[in-house]
Ligand binder design. Structure first.
Ligand code: NAD
Ligand code: 022
Ligand code: ZN
Length: 369
């Protein structure tokens, strides 16, 4: 069949909206009509050429929602008409990682996914007779995709695609970092560095679990008002702090935070986040993805005195299990997504979404098909 898609033909070139060919689903695979997709940093990171694993031509996008159109042989958990969110972190429930219950990093299809291929080692996308690669197993910048059954979360049918697509990455990463990675508890004090599409979801996760103090740190003063709406209790602009930021934050939190979160991807900020944790028990969660080759550092004394450095992928969420629950939280009014979707664009204007992200004008731009 044919599908309309925004194709990345090469690094550092704008996406091109073209009709490409899509093969039907093979065994264990599902054909999905994508109805909406968010635009996230990793898509740009790959397009910019800075991602050493980036391969071209490919169809980017990893934050989508849509409807099952057809299923391949052996697919049992999904049927035509089901509403789904594609998962860049699949959940096979059979690999060593899934069975460990200690991580969400399912390994069942990791090797082929990283190469832009389906589990059988081939691509379903073609353009002018040449294969076009998949991306993160999702490729949600295409109106139709083929994805493995284990990389699709079935969600309720009354959930609006143009909102719940954001649960495919940003919402789950931010809220999950609080509840599954940090396992933060009621009454805790926390600091969130970076109040963008991820950090604001960390803030609403902290409010949800009943944090006592939620400090937000951002160099963009324009983020203060929206962060307050989502539950931030104190705002700190590092540019306005006299002297070092870390002692200022330690003082503000009465000796350091129980939990800190980096949602900037800046390694200097990651160090500040660790060092503003409370001595003896504070935990710092790295969410931001740093430029390739970057390194983090601190004095070992920081760890010897009981601070803990952790990282999270997709908020530690087990996609097929946890994503449908987050959709329920949204539908029951427990979490706010609407106010974070600041821009909506048709596919033809997807490149403008990248510009809005860079200018800091948008929190999330969503493309509707
Ligand atoms: P964003 O651009 O919307 O937000 C980043 C915010 O950080 C901005 O508001 C910016 O002003 C602020 N900032 C920049 N430098 C700062 C500094 N020195 N001190 C304080 N604030 C600073 O980005 P986002 O969509 O929120 O994504 C944040 C990071 O999370 C990215 O690195 C992204 O790749 C990563 N991410 C990770 C995962 C995961 O699973 N680990 C998932 C999604 C996104
Ligand atoms: C999503 N991310 C950033 C912005 N939006 C993001 C990027 C990378 C990861 C998670 C979220 C990530 C963390 C750890 C891994 N990845 C490795 C997982 C593993 O090895 O099992 C990651 C993932 C997918 C891909 C690359 C890296 C890919 O499909 N290319 C989950
Ligand atoms: Zn993302």
């Amino acid at each position: 069949m044919k599908t309309r898609a925004a194709v990345a033909f090469a690094a550092r070139k704008p996406l091109e909206i073209v009709e490409i060919d899509l093969d039907g689903p093979k065994a264990g695979e599902v054909l999905v009509e994508i109805r909406a997709t968010g635009i996230c940093h990793t898509d740009y990171f790959t397009l910019s050429g800075a991602d050493p694993e980036g391969l071209f031509p490919c169809v980017l996008g990893h934050e989508g929602a849509g409807i099952v159109v057809d299923v391949g042989a052996g697919v049992t958990s999904l049927k035509k008409g089901d509403h789904v969110i594609p998962l860049y972190t699949p959940e096979c429930r059979q690999c060593k990682s899934c069975l460990s219950r200690k991580t969400n990093l399912c390994t069942a299809i990791r090797a082929t996914q990283g190469k832009g291929l389906m589990p059988d080692g081939t691509s379903r996308f073609m353009c002018d007779g040449e294969p076009v690669l998949h991306y993160m197993g999702t490729s949600t910048f295409s109106n139709f995709i083929v994805a493995p059954e284990i990389a699709l979360a079935k969600i309720r049918e009354d959930a609006p695609f143009d909102k719940v697509c954001y649960i495919g990455c940003g919402v789950t990463t931010g809220i999950g970092a609080v509840i599954w990675t940090a396992k933060a508890e009621v009454g805790c004090r926390a600091i969130v560095f970076g109040l963008g599409g991820i950090g604001l979801n960390v803030i609403q996760g902290l409010r949800m679990i009943g944090a006592e103090q939620i400090v937000g740190v951002d160099i963009n003063p324009g983020r203060k008002a929206i962060a307050e709406k989502f539950g931030m209790t104190h705002f700190v602009n590092p540019k306005e702090v006299e002297g070092d930021l870390v002692p200022y934050l330690v003082d503000l939190t009465g000796g350091g935070a129980d939990y800190t979160f980096d949602a900037t991807g800046n390694v200097n900020v990651m160090r500040q986040a660790l060092e503003s944790c409370h001595r003896g028990w504070g935990q710092s969660i790295v969410i931001g993805v740093a430029p390739s080759g970057a390194e983090i550092s601190t004095r070992p004394f920081q760890l010897v005195t009981g601070r803990v450095w952790k990282g999270t992928a997709f908020g530690g969420a087990r996609g097929r299990t946890d994503v449908p629950r987050i959709v329920d939280w949204y539908m029951n009014g427990k979490i706010n997504i609407d106010d974070l979707i600041t821009h909506k664009l048709p596919l033809e204007r997807i490149n403008e979404g990248f510009d809005l992200m860079h200018a800091g004008t948008s929190i999330r731009s969503v493309v509707e098909f």
